[in-house]
Design a protein around this ligand. Structure first.
Ligand SMILES: *Cc1c(COP(=O)(O)O)cnc(C)c1O
Length: 412
């Protein structure tokens, strides 16, 4: 399997490597919350961590294991944990690895809820510096004696800033900081954050990994690159574990088990099925996005197109160096005389909906919806104009997508 291509591995690994029962092609999706053992000694050994096994599905179950195995392989990590949502993966990981008095550096362009959660961390005594991560210098300047971790997204939403991924990775290695990368926008077929030195890779499985908009989920993968023996936040009781197991075990025991943001087995199965077509969908939606971006960039009613695949994008070079393709998130500013609400209402095939990474193309005006709560001042800092519309480009046929945009623009 090791030397096979991305999709070959993905569609056959379950069957060949983990051998489901009765010749089943998929791992069984089991909804049982509890697991019984003939001899109580077996259950005791599981509780005491002497052997592996399932006891109660808040902390593990076979369907969850199957998805975790896939995610670990896709990110080439040493282990992973899945959660009920992407936010559960992010919050659970940070809340269990950090403590009051710590300082972290977070991209100022992060996802709205991650940004909001940074405020929660501050209330708990963990200080946060929000910096422009398109240049490693800003990250370096924010480092303090108590800095523990740097959190970035690969391509930010909605303005599509690309983090200075490789240089930040080198800086984190030099300073022994945990480098945590949210890889939601550029899932494994496009980019493996391990290649730029990430210690932990988090993602919302709800988006591209599932792709079908029928299940929420999140994941954190330990890449094995970080030496957790140097990290002060690991509990004494876990120091006896092999170094590469320390962080994930802490996130599992103190986070998943205590806080309970567990993924349902049904959702895990739905996400695993979605993942099989990840590469095909990414090829198609990224191709569509590039074609559409090129079309919109020359349109007289469009003021600006934000898409890393365009040569004029400020981080186009960074994106070309890191990603196989440029993703499928794009935003535009219409010229000020045109109304963004009227435009999206004229789109016939494109859906007015939040969410991204779906098979269908979606549109949403940004300032009035997903970034409304943070207020005008923060929006300005994030580069979000009042007339901005964000699109998540789907896998429809390219000509149909462009035709829909064309007719909607004509009507303005
Ligand atoms: C959607 C998203 C999340 C949160 O994921 P949910 O599954 O919706 O909780 C986190 N990070 C990024 C970059 C996202 O786009």
């Amino acid at each position: 399997m090791e030397n096979k291509g991305f999709t070959t591995q993905l569609v056959h690994a379950d069957r060949l490597l983990n051998k489901p029962e009765n010749g089943a092609v998929h791992q069984a999706s089991t909804n049982s919350v509890l697991f019984e053992y003939e001899k109580i000694e077996e259950l005791v050994d599981i509780f005491q961590g002497k052997v592996g096994g399932h006891a109660y599905s808040r902390q593990s179950s076979p369907s969850i294991d199957a998805l975790q195995n896939i995610m670990t392989r896709l990110e080439e990590g040493v282990g992973s944990l899945v959660f009920a949502t992407g936010m559960a993966a992010i919050t659970t990981s940070l809340l269990t690895l950090l403590k009051a008095g710590d300082h972290i550096i977070v991209s100022q362009f992060v996802f709205g809820n991650t940004n909001s959660f940074a405020g929660t961390l501050e209330r708990l005594g963990i200080s946060v510096s929000m910096v422009d991560v398109t240049d490693v210098k800003n990250v370096e300047a924010a480092i303090q004696d108590n800095t523990r971790l740097v959190f970035v997204e690969t391509i930010a939403n909605p303005v599509t800033q690309v983090a200075d991924l490789k240089s930040i990775g080198e800086l984190c290695e030099q300073k022994s900081l945990v480098y945590m990368v949210d890889n939601t926008m550029t899932p494994p077929y496009l980019f493996q954050a391990k290649s730029v030195g990430a210690a932990l890779v988090v993602s919302s499985l709800t988006k591209y990994c599932a792709g079908h908009g029928q299940a929420l989920g999140g994941c954190v993968v330990d890449t094995g690159l970080f030496d957790w023996t140097t990290f002060p936040g690991i509990l004494d009781a876990l120091r006896a574990l092999p170094p590469q197991d320390q962080a994930l075990t802490q996130i599992k025991k103190k986070g998943l088990r205590d806080m309970g943001g567990s993924l349902s087995p049904t959702s895990a199965h739905a996400i695993s099925v979605g993942l099989e077509t990840l590469a095909l969908r990414m090829e198609r939606c990224c191709h569509n996005a590039l074609q559409l971006a090129a079309y919109l960039a020359t349109h007289e009613k469009v003021d600006r197109v934000y898409y890393p695949g365009l040569a004029a994008h400020p981080e186009h070079k960074l994106a070309s160096q890191c990603f196989r393709l440029f993703g499928a998130i794009m935003s535009i500013d219409l010229k000020p005389e045109y109304d963004c609400f009227a435009f999206v209402n004229h789109l016939q095939q494109v859906l007015n909906a939040t969410h991204l990474g779906d098979t269908r193309t979606l549109a949403i005006p940004v300032a009035h919806t997903i970034f409304y709560e943070m207020g005008a001042e923060t929006r300005k800092k994030m580069g979000i104009s009042d007339n901005m519309i964000r699109f998540s480009i789907g896998i429809e046929d390219t000509d149909d997508i462009i035709a829909d945009f064309k007719q909607a623009l004509e009507q303005l």
